[in-house]
Design a protein around this ligand. Structure first.
Ligand code: NAP
Length: 190
């Protein structure tokens, strides 16, 4: 509650559109936390509440003690951090039709530092074919997923943001999606 008041004061605003709980708390009393989150919404200080880095069981625990519906889970998702596609996290939210936000959708810039040549080559082949930047293909790879992922971009560079917006026009088919995925895995998909 104090954190919400502090953020409102710092930003000089009267409400927060979306408040995220940054990570699971192994000591969480879900009744206490759930009631506090419902209260900040009831007070009008916060419009909606979500979480970040929650596993499905963390989500269900907190949600079970809340009147309001959690709006989103912000998790790490990128070509270089694809574990959530197969560990049940994406499947959980896809089944429940909960929007997922992707943090570090360009792996925090690590896609472009020369450490992952096979992945860069796979992205680059499609980028050249479509006449867009490699970064736009990396984001298009997330947007292609049927769970309707919402990437949270990190750059404040206007020309990079402009190039990233091309991702909305790049439609990847399953073959292309798997070419990038295979490069990221480092082996053929059985
Ligand atoms: N919930 C969590 O636990 C968690 C954890 C990490 C991050 N986040 C959130 O996720 C947001 C995005 O994370 P992120 O900053 O790691 O995102 P990102 O979009 O994956 O990476 C952005 C970084 O990539 C660099 N970059 C290099 N080439 C680029 C290109 N062609 N286009 C765009 N960027 C390029 C950027 O540099 P320049 O800035 O110089 O352009 C910037 O340092 C953060 O702002 C934060 O709010 C959340």
């Amino acid at each position: 509650m104090a954190s919400v008041d502090h953020s409102l004061n710092l930003m000089g605003i009267d409400h927060i559109d979306l408040l995220l709980v940054h990570r699971p708390d192994p000591m969480m009393d879900h009744h206490e936390t759930g009631a506090a989150l419902d209260e900040v919404i009831a007070s009008g200080k916060v419009r909606s509440v979500g979480v970040s880095n929650f596993r499905p069981w963390d989500w269900e625990l907190l949600q079970s003690a809340m009147k309001n519906t959690l709006a989103t889970n912000q998790i790490e998702l990128s070509v270089l951090a694809h574990h959530s596609f197969t560990n049940g996290d994406v499947a959980f939210h896809q089944k429940n039709a909960t929007p997922m936000m992707a943090w570090s959708p360009l792996a925090g810039g690590n896609l472009f530092n020369g450490q992952n040549d096979a992945v860069t080559a796979a992205l680059d082949a499609i980028a050249r074919d479509r006449g867009v930047d490699v970064s736009a293909v990396a984001v298009a790879w997330l947007l292609a997923h049927p769970s309707k992922i919402l990437p949270v971009m990190g750059t404040n560079n206007l020309s990079r943001i402009s190039r990233l917006s091309d991702a909305c026009d790049v439609k990847l088919d399953r073959q292309e999606w798997y070419e990038i995925y295979t490069a990221a895995l480092g082996h053929e998909v059985p």
